[in-house]
Design a protein around this ligand. Sequence first.
Ligand SMILES: NC(=O)C1=CN([C@@H]2O[C@H](COP(=O)(O)OP(=O)(O)OC[C@H]3O[C@@H](n4cnc5c(N)ncnc54)[C@H](OP(=O)(O)O)[C@@H]3O)[C@@H](O)[C@H]2O)C=CC1
Ligand SMILES: O=CC(=O)O
Length: 358
Amino acid sequence: MSLLLKASNGHLFLSSSIASMATCSSFCAQLPIHFRPIPIASSFPTNQPFKPFSAQASISPANDGGSPNTIGFLGLGIMGSPMAQNLIKSGCDVTVWNRTKSKCDPLISLGAKYKPSPEEVTAACDVTFAMLADPECAVEVACGKHGAASGMGPGKGYVDVSTVDGGTSKLICGHIKASGASFLEAPVSGSKKPAEDGQLIFLTAGDKSLYETVAPFLDIMGKSRFYLGEVGNGAAMKLIVNMIMGSMMATFSEGLLLSEKVGLDPNVLVEVVSEGAISAPMYSLKGPSMVKSLYPTAFPLKHQQKDMRLALGLAESVSQPTPIAAAANELYKVAKSHGLSDSDFSAVIEALKGKVQS
Ligand SMILES: NC(=O)C1=CN([C@@H]2O[C@H](COP(=O)(O)OP(=O)(O)OC[C@H]3O[C@@H](n4cnc5c(N)ncnc54)[C@H](OP(=O)(O)O)[C@@H]3O)[C@@H](O)[C@H]2O)C=CC1
Ligand SMILES: O=CC(=O)O
């Protein structure tokens, strides 16, 4: 893939070596703000002369070459805020919207533009990302009154990075494509910290050309990306990953409580687990706070339960037994019923404690 880099004097230069490095997010994180990767979009003038880069030139991210290069971002929660922030810090021209407007303010301070509806964001931008809580609000924001689809049209792209089921993703895709625009589903694996660090894993499916166009932006926000074919495949992959994660967290919780009941130090259990074949970063990261009954929210428990529910629906649709995930889902439901929806999903351990069960 090739990228165009641009100096403030309007000079464009093509760098395939920088382009190949730019596919690595660790490189992008080091990209000086004045070097902005510009994906070569189909609308970019192909006869644009490439002028040599001048090291003396003062460089600005402004794009005055007539090529659209504006990014919209809808949904500025735990994930959306740092993702949008990374785009802004990399020099992208970002316009934001969030249902609760105050969450836009820190991004506006960093240089983002603001529009008061999803429709106005997509009307103003070439590509719009959406990071929304659940299927219901992803549909509302994309297809509702003054929703994203109303501002879309030919040449534009919509990238839904929310975790939803395949049916929802196809519904949104249908509305977006009816406007003549392109659609990509791109749910992410990785939580608050990976979002802050630009280390997410994108699980994409849909229009391949849009995937290629937005790849440099995915590489700013993430460390790897998978293209999985038809819309629904990205959603399915994400739900399966989170089904495994939810079951792992539930059984880890049982282990912590059992170790304590038989007189072992659960902190030592965390250490032992981290040394062996079942080691996972999640256990070392969350175990020590779980032992202290602390659940600082990175991934809200209500979202993990939503993902278990959607994964079980996916399994049912193909008659695949998933008894472990079904049992784990019940635990998340109990935790929700005890007011833990907005705590981190590691609070599922509370559902196994006598005081919560009674
Ligand atoms: N947190 C994590 O670790 C990860 C989360 N995910 C997935 O990413 C998505 C977002 O997660 P996260 O950022 O944690 O969630 P948050 O709950 O922090 O943010 C949810 C976002 O959705 C918006 N929203 C909710 N309901 C509506 C509605 N009815 N209309 C319009 N907007 C609405 C919220 O707006 P408002 O601010 O107004 O409430 C907010 O912008 C979810 O699908 C989640 O499963 C994926 C990977 C990791
Ligand atoms: O969806 C949550 C995650 O950590 O990934």
